[in-house]
Design a protein around this ligand. Sequence first.
Ligand SMILES: [Zn+2]
Length: 336
Amino acid sequence: MKNTPIKIGNITIHPGERITVALPTPELYTCTPIYIPIHVIHGKKAGPTLLVCGAMHGDEVNGVAIIQRLLKLRQLNSIKGTLIVVPTINMYGMITMSRNLPDRRDLDGSFPGSESGSYASRLAYFLTQEIFSHITHCIDLHTGEPHITKFPQIKTCTETLETKELANHFQAPVIINTKSEHGLLWLLHRNERPIPTIIYETGEALRLDEKGITMGVRGIVRVMKGLQMLAPLTIKKTPKSIELQKEFWVRAPSSGLCEIFPKIGKYVKKGSLLAKIFDPFGTEQREEIFAPIEGVVIAKNHLPILNEGEPILQIAEMKAVAARSIETWAEDHPVE
Ligand SMILES: [Zn+2]
């Protein structure tokens, strides 16, 4: 079946066209206009409309690099359906190297937004109308926060079959099944027309994570292949993703200089030593921190000076036998 034209901003894109649209967003009080570049690859034949977006939090640059490499793939010139790619959906955050918008709100938490709401809510509403109204599937690219490295992972709600399939096509080492309705995942549950959405997280903010970027590009291609937007490609097979149901942040019980022992992707036994906290101005050891559950380390804080309550490690609950394939993957693809 032939594809039909779509309109983004004031631009009509016809089947077979590949164009970049500069979508104008509310200008700043300095009269500075801000545009969001959007790449649209509109196949001749009808099919799914996949959105891939990066830098929802403006300091999360791995998604920008993933999209840059994705756009260079020649296979994209003969896709079935439509690929909409937004390298930086939070342009203001990218300029200021911060997560949030000028009103200090989180764009990710502002969807679906409102025409008369806050700056963030209005921008979310505008993006919903201009972009999300066209799509059938979504891949949202994120990283950890500054100093916090994430093991490459897909986060989504796997209760709907289509979303579970999307997550499995990507073939990240782990899939975190989250019940959260925060952020773009609202599309899954609350939209009148549910849109299967997966979040890919890797590395940390303001740093490029080469292994995670390569995996991200391959994952998106696998998803496009799974959705039959692309013809089968020769890609080295990776083991199936392992689905995890429960993750837990270990936090500093007191402030001080923190030495953290396990590497990302490593299995830790319940009760094993995770970290020690020392007095930063003397020799006293203040705390030893032990694993409250057994599982795999899926995020780690690299900042050695911590205040009480700040995160140290994130552990996804898992038995030792199941953790072996993740450990093997992490040894082959070190992420720190
Ligand atoms: Zn993020």
